[in-house]
Design a protein around this ligand. Structure first.
Ligand SMILES: *Cc1c(COP(=O)(O)O)cnc(C)c1O
Length: 360
């Protein structure tokens, strides 16, 4: 039987990483083993930051595991999912040999992390279909096999394209690439979608990993808390490759507060607002003469093609609205990505675009 652990770089098999003072399983009252100060900083009267943190704060790990319906051992907390993407590439890809596959136009960090590791990049473009941008599953499998992919990044819902990938398609890729590649499903926007999480594929496919983050729906982008959910053996390997104390105490405290029952209730209400505003904005935009196409979205943004994207971008800027220019991305020479804001902010977007010269 092949195991996902066979995908880890050979030279890292016996790697134990840094052995921190926190990892020694000792008991005592007076801790003089890590060269920490004996006194609190005056700016930290509760001394919450006097000592090094737990590398994986247990309460937060358990809370996240409950939220994402997995075991704590299957989850690793990182400094945003950005760090986790980098960690996966470093732990799995032998530089100059093992490739990383992704599907442009897509989130840029997969390519950046591959480049930093000198891992060959395999690009399988999304296909612009009637339903929107969709991955070409057969081409992904063929390209991954021929190009020696060790990692396949599937973004679902996809940024900036917007659509989720049905689980059956993710499963098909995982099945086809068993023993060859880890299939990483980046679910940064999953809270805004109806598709169930790919974590439910984990039981049958140990070569699946799922990325989640508190940066988008949970409104904690500056806390830098993201995680990967995967086979517990792989999680242990990734932990050994990670920085000694990756989760600052103020950040884990904030994350725990932000995941309390009451906070979660508000977050869910805001997700519902974003979803209804997304639909309203999409409808209103598609009626505007300057808009060529508004793509369907399962996320908290809309990808919009304009007759004159530069004019639209400038009109929005004049109204004080900054959106993401996508024109440099493949297949998106006329597109902007607009994050769904409050109802008032979305009205500003619509008003600003309505000021454009009429299309004749
Ligand atoms: C925003 C985003 C991330 C980054 O998440 P962090 O947890 O803030 O690092 C990851 N993946 C995608 C697709 C994103 O859009």
């Amino acid at each position: 039987m092949s195991s996902v652990l066979d995908l880890v770089r050979d030279d890292l098999r016996g790697f134990t990483g840094y052995s921190s003072a926190r990892s020694a399983k000792l008991d005592g009252e007076i801790w003089l083993n890590a060269n920490e100060s004996a006194w609190a900083n005056p700016g930290d009267p509760l001394a919450s930051c006097r000592r090094y943190p737990d590398p994986q704060p247990q309460a937060l790990r358990e809370r996240l595991a409950t939220l994402y319906d997995c075991a704590p051992e299957q989850l690793l907390i990182g400094r945003g999912s950005d760090e986790v993407i980098d960690l996966l590439v470093r732990a799995l890809c032998v530089p100059g040999r093992d490739a990383v596959l992704y599907t442009p136009p897509v989130f840029g960090m997969y390519a950046v992390s591959a480049r930093l590791q000198n891992a060959p990049a395999l690009e399988v473009p999304l296909q612009d279909s009637a339903a929107g941008f969709v991955p070409d599953i057969d081409a992904i499998i063929t390209t991954a096999r021929q190009g020696g992919a060790k990692l396949v990044f599937l973004c679902s819902p996809s940024n900036p394209a917007g659509l989720s990938i049905p689980l059956a398609q993710v499963e098909r890729v995982a099945e086809a690439l068993r023993g060859q590649a880890l299939v990483v499903v980046d679910e940064a926007y999953a809270e805004f979608a109806d598709t169930p999480s790919a974590t439910r594929l984990l039981a049958g496919h140990d070569n699946v990993a799922v990325l989640r983050t508190l940066s988008k729906a949970h409104a904690l982008a500056a806390a830098r808390i993201g995680c990967v959910i995967a086979d517990s053996g792989l999680i242990a390997v990734l932990r050994r490759c990670q920085a000694p104390y990756p989760v600052p105490t103020p950040c884990s405290a904030l994350a725990l507060a932000g995941l309390g029952e009451q906070a979660l209730q508000q977050t869910r209400a805001r997700i519902a607002t974003v979803r209804s505003e997304r639909d309203r904005l999409r409808m209103a935009l598609s009626l505007q003469g300057h808009v060529r196409k508004v793509y369907a979205s399962d996320a908290n943004f809309l990808l919009v093609r304009f007759i004159d994207a530069e004019a639209a971008f400038q009109a929005l800027l004049r109204a004080g609205v900054v959106v993401r220019d996508q024109r440099a991305a493949p297949q998106l020479h006329d597109a902007l990505r607009i994050t769904v804001g409050t109802p008032e902010q979305n009205d500003r977007v619509l008003d600003a675009l309505a000021t454009l010269e009429p299309v004749t």
